[in-house]
Design a protein. Sequence first.
Length: 135
Amino acid sequence: MVSRTAFCSCGQLRIQVEGEPLGVGLCHCLACQRRTGSVFATLASFAAPYRVSGRATEFARVGDQGARFTFRFCPVCGTTLFHTEEGHEQSSVSVAVGAFADPRFPAPQVAVHDCRRHPWVQLPPGVRAYDKDPD
């Protein structure tokens, strides 16, 4: 089974996941744009179990469709590393793809909140785009 470790810029906070991602996606919502400082977020979801080491600071927010998400970031360097959805903490986790620092990481299959995508951003071939989040 494949094991992957993602970590923050300073290396203090890490998350280890097992297996292939349940899904890889892009999010163009305004909250993710602000959170990442980029024009979209790239996330990979993994089934539990997962293992976290290091200290994390948490920030919770409610998504556009009412789901509550808790984001964990490094209190030293500020890197947002992973998040969970309320009610699903024991079953899955979403990890920032860039934190794996692996150019061979699987490509995204979906893009959500495409209505907020910057017009100059081109989606990779084969990515299914949703105006909102279909979940």
